[in-house]
Design a protein around this ligand. Structure first.
Ligand code: FES
Length: 159
């Protein structure tokens, strides 16, 4: 008699080490900064038909609900701040008007200090040109956000 013991083949016990990763995957938080207007192309011209009132053409334009300013309010080579709208409107050259946000691009401080063509941030000392929005002094590195305006006659409105 032969006694055979049939042994079922049982594979070597495998140990599976389950590494539980605590941090499952990377979570990429996209923070939308809202600064979409990086286009600095000069396509925001207000048309060449802007008649430059040579002087004395101060008609009493009282009506104009959404008007931000009159063209005569904006000094050439400088600008004017509109605190409520958080906008500075400038006139780099005669009859050419630009507008920029007065919110500092460094840490979002509102700026109200304008001398000549420079708007300054009192938070950390950045300075910007109101003629083109460029940074003149850091720590800010991004230019001011351009705002669209429209000029109709002697009235400037935010577009
Ligand atoms: S927030 Fe304007 S310089 Fe820092």
């Amino acid at each position: 008699m032969t006694s055979e013991s049939v042994q079922p083949k049982s594979g070597p016990s495998r140990r599976t080490i389950v590494a539980a990763a605590g941090a499952a995957g990377l979570t990429v938080a996209l923070t939308a900064c809202g600064s979409e207007d990086k286009a600095s192309d000069s396509s925001t011209e207000q048309g060449g038909g802007a008649t430059n009132d040579g002087g004395g053409a101060s008609t009493g334009a009282g009506a104009g609900g959404a008007a931000l300013a009159k063209t005569s309010d904006i000094p050439e080579g400088s600008g004017k701040i509109f605190k409520d709208e958080k906008v500075v409107v400038s006139q780099p050259t005669a009859g050419d008007y630009k507008a920029f946000s007065t919110i500092c691009t460094h840490r979002d401080c509102p700026m109200v200090d304008l001398k000549d063509d420079i708007i300054s941030c009192t938070c950390h000392g950045s300075r910007f040109s109101v003629l083109d929005g460029s940074v003149k002094k850091g720590p800010a590195v991004e230019p001011l956000e351009a705002k669209k305006i429209s000029v109709n006659g002697d009235s400037i409105t935010l577009a």
